[in-house]
Design a protein around this ligand. Structure first.
Ligand SMILES: Cc1cc2nc3c(=O)[nH]c(=O)nc-3n(C[C@H](O)[C@H](O)[C@H](O)COP(=O)(O)OP(=O)(O)OC[C@H]3O[C@@H](n4cnc5c(N)ncnc54)[C@H](O)[C@@H]3O)c2cc1C
Length: 415
């Protein structure tokens, strides 16, 4: 059985980039179909349990406004945001409502499996939803799949590094005595990254990374994988809870289903071992594991090749462009396969860079844009652009450009 759907714009992937893309295009009056293989929206921001929204402010002013700001404001109004730390559940519910209010046709549990195109344009997508095949025809297409699946299946040019960044499986703990935990950090600074929070304030997010001595001891006893380098948590809006970003999954390829399964299982083992270690750490004695993310956090897979490719130099020089569609200030952040392959660079305080419109246009396909994690960039460029606020900004811009192209009968490059 197969169904045919005709729409103005088809977007693949309902992570933060796809959500912002779909809402912006639908608000311009276009018919928008948003296709997502999981049963809910949000991608890594919800199913991956990634939090907080990484740095997007310069001198106290946000570089990303628009739909991202609206999403943040509505999550905050529902009690789901503290500084930039957010509840995955409130994010998911808020984004679902915003998509529905905008009139986006959301296809959940729907996986893109095939693309039909001619020499210049994409014509039709084939999506499988349970046992039903759905054919989707559109004027404009946007790839926000994180893995550039739409570009890949369209035979559009892309790059993938021989060695991808390490993956992480997020988890959440509850019943943490945060005052006690932060006091311990304050009294043992040598055991932590210097930027770790050292004064407990329930009104603000706390971020702590380290506990090296506990990690070393567990590894010496053979009760923790040598891949784990530190314990890193950031608090969440619900009192006594925090999300943990410290599982370290090495040697996996995020485009291979078997690797993702194996990484997920190894991640669960590392979490069980880290939770055992936490039992002996001040502030965590009564803490409990609340939830494990239902998908592995993949930082890097395919990057499309667009009319412009964002480079490390663009980031480091704080480059500005005449046709900028987004601003960002996050530096290059690579979680390497080995400790000495990791990079964490920060832009000088107050500096930012811009992302030009041409970055969104996928080479050789006239009606395809890519935004979010798979945006046109070098490996180092992507390592800066991949954070959620920037994905939201590039996603929103792609949606708006696609809608304008339709509403003015132009190509995306003419808009
Ligand atoms: C471990 C880790 C820690 C991070 N920490 C932070 C942080 O602290 N702060 C921050 O701001 N950012 C952080 N990031 C980066 C950020 O979370 C992601 O890069 C960002 O959320 C990606 O958004 P996206 O919309 O581009 O892609 P995704 O969120 O990956 O969404 C893509 C969607 O496409 C769907 N999809 C894929 N293939 C198909 C298909 N064939 N058919 C249909 N649907 C498909 C997927 O199911 C998914 O829902 C982190 C990332 C990781 C992995």
């Amino acid at each position: 059985m197969s169904t045919l759907i005709k729409t103005d714009i088809a977007i693949v992937g309902a992570g933060i980039a796809g959500i912002c893309s779909a809402v912006s295009a639908a608000r311009e009056g276009c018919k928008v179909v948003l296709i997502e293989s999981f049963s809910y929206v949000g991608g890594l921001a919800t199913g991956g349990m990634v939090s907080p929204f990484m740095k997007h402010e310069v001198r106290g002013k946000s570089l990303v406004e628009g739909i991202f700001k609206e999403l943040k404001d509505r999550i905050r109004a529902d009690g789901g945001l503290i500084d930039n730390g957010f509840s995955a559940d409130v994010f998911r519910d808020t984004a679902t409502i915003m998509l529905s209010e905008a009139g986006v046709d959301l296809y959940l549990n729907s996986k893109l499996i095939e693309v039909e195109r001619d020499t210049t344009k994409i014509k039709e997508l084939t999506v499988i939803k349970e046992n039903v095949t759905i054919k989707i025809q559109a004027e404009q297409f946007i790839d926000t799949s994180g893995d550039a699946v739409l570009a890949f299946l369209s035979d559009a040019p892309y790059e993938i590094s021989d060695e991808q960044q390490a993956m992480t499986l997020f988890f959440k703990m509850k019943n943490i005595d945060l005052k006690n935990a932060i006091d311990y950090v304050k009294n043992n600074p040598d055991d932590f990254f210097p930027w770790s929070t050292k004064a407990y304030d329930p009104a603000h997010i706390a971020s702590v990374a380290g506990y090296y001595s506990f990690i070393k001891k567990a590894q010496a006893q053979g009760s923790l994988s040598d891949a784990v380098q530190y314990i890193f948590f950031s608090t969440l809006p619900e009192p006594g809870t925090a999300s943990f970003n410290c599982v370290n999954l090495l040697g996996f390829d995020g485009t291979k289903a078997k690797d993702l399964e194996d990484a997920y299982l190894e991640g669960r083992t590392q979490i069980a071992d880290i939770v055992k270690i936490l039992k002996n750490i001040p502030g965590f004695v009564k803490a409990r594991l609340a939830k494990i993310a239902d998908r592995v956090g993949v930082r890097e897979t395919r990057r499309v090749i667009g009319d412009y490719v964002m480079t490390a130099d663009d980031i480091r020089q704080g480059r500005k462009f005449k046709d900028a569609i987004a601003k960002a200030c996050y530096g290059i952040d690579i979680h390497g396969q080995k400790e000495d392959e990791s990079i964490m660079e920060e832009l000088p305080e107050g500096e930012y860079y811009e992302i030009p419109k041409q970055t969104l246009f996928v080479k050789s396909v006239l009606n395809l844009q890519a935004a979010g994690r798979c945006i046109s960039s070098t490996r180092e460029g992507q390592a800066a652009l991949r954070i959620m606020p920037t994905c939201a900004a590039t996603g929103e811009a792609a949606g708006k450009i696609a809608a304008k192209a339709i509403n003015t009968n132009k190509t995306i490059r003419e808009v």
